[in-house]
Design a binder for this molecule. Structure first.
Ligand code: PGA
Length: 256
C-alpha cells in the first residue's frame, strides 16, 4: 500500500485547566490556525467536563474535535459524581481519554476497570484513547514490556476484534509526563512498535490501522523527531497544549 494507512492525530489534554471563557477563546483561535492541516491531521482538545459545552460551541463547523478526559463505566445509574459515555455523546463529545496515569495513580483506575470502560465508550459511539505506560522503577527493573503487555492486552480484551482499529492507544511513560524529560525518539518508537505488535497478536489488520500516540513532554522543539518514528501516529500533549501557538505548531509538525 503506498498511502499511509493511518492519519496523524494530535490531542491536547488540558487536565484541570481553563475556564469556559478560556476554552472558548482557545478553540476559536485554534480552529483557523489548523484549518489548512485538517486534510492531513486529526486534531482534538480535552477540556474539563464543565467546559465541554463551551468547547463544542466554539468548535462547531471546524475540524477541531472535543474529547472528555474520563468517563464512568456504567451507562447510567447510582454512581454519584460520574458522567457516562452516552451523556458525553449526547452533548456532542467525540472521544474520551481513558486510564491516564494520573487517574491510575490518584483515582485507583485499574486495567480491570479499563477493560470495561474501553468497550463501553465504543458502544456509546465515543472514540476511546487508552493510555498506557511504565513508571521509571518499572523501566529500570526491566519490566517495561511486561507492564505494557498487561495494560494493552487487558485494556483491549473486551473490544471486539473487528473494532480494535477504532481505539487509539497513547503510550505515555510516567517518568516523561509533565517532567520535561521526553523519551528519546528511539525509546518512543520502540515502545509504540511494541504496542502495535501486541495489537497484532489479536489482529494483523487491526494493528495496521490502530493509531498509537506518544505522550510525555512533547513540545514544538522536540515533536518532529518523535513523530518521525514509523509507528508514531501522533501525540497526546499536556503542558504544550495549553498555549494556542504551541499546540498549533505541534499540529503543523504532524502535518509534515
Ligand atoms: P505533558 O503531559 O505533555 O505535560 O508531559 C502529557 C499527558 O499527561 O498527557
Amino acid at each position: 500500500m503506498s498511502e499511509h494507512p493511518r492519519r496523524p492525530y494530535m490531542v491536547g489534554n488540558w487536565k484541570m485547566h481553563k475556564t469556559r471563557a478560556e476554552t472558548r477563546d482557545f478553540v476559536a483561535e485554534l480552529a483557523p490556525r489548523v484549518a489548512d492541516h485538517a486534510a492531513y491531521v486529526d486534531v482534538a482538545v480535552c477540556p474539563a467536563f464543565v467546559s465541554l459545552a463551551a468547547a463544542l460551541d466554539a468548535a462547531r463547523g471546524t475540524a477541531v474535535r472535543v474529547h472528555a478526559q474520563t468517563m464512568g463505566r456504567a451507562p447510567q445509574g447510582a454512581h454519584t459524581g460520574e458522567v457516562s459515555a452516552p451523556m458525553l455523546v449526547d452533548v456532542g463529545v467525540h472521544g474520551v481519554v481513558l486510564g491516564h496515569s494520573e487517574r491510575r495513580r490518584d483515582d485507583g483506575e485499574t486495567d480491570r476497570l479499563l477493560a470495561e470502560k474501553v468497550p463501553a465508550a465504543l458502544e456509546a459511539g465515543l472514540e476511546p484513547i487508552l493510555c498506557v505506560g511504565e513508571t521509571e522503577e518499572e523501566r529500570d527493573a526491566g519490566e517495561m514490556e511486561r507492564r505494557l503487555r498487561h495494560q494493552v492486552q487487558e485494556g483491549l480484551e473486551l473490544v471486539p476484534t473487528e473494532r480494535l482499529a477504532e481505539v487509539v492507544v497513547a503510550y505515555e511513560p510516567v517518568w516523561a509526563i509533565g517532567t520535561g524529560r521526553v523519551a528519546t525518539p528511539e525509546q518512543a518508537q520502540e515502545a509504540l512498535g511494541f504496542v502495535r505488535a501486541l495489537v497484532g497478536d489479536r489482529s494483523r489488520a487491526g494493528a495496521e490501522r490502530i493509531r498509537v500516540l506518544y505522550g510525555g513532554s512533547v513540545k514544538p522543539d522536540n515533536a518532529a523527531e518523535i513523530l518521525a518514528g514509523p509507528d508514531v501516529d501522533g501525540a497526546l500533549v499536556g503542558g504544550a497544549s495549553l498555549e494556542v501557538a504551541d499546540f498549533a505548531a505541534l499540529v503543523a509538525a504532524a502535518a509534515r
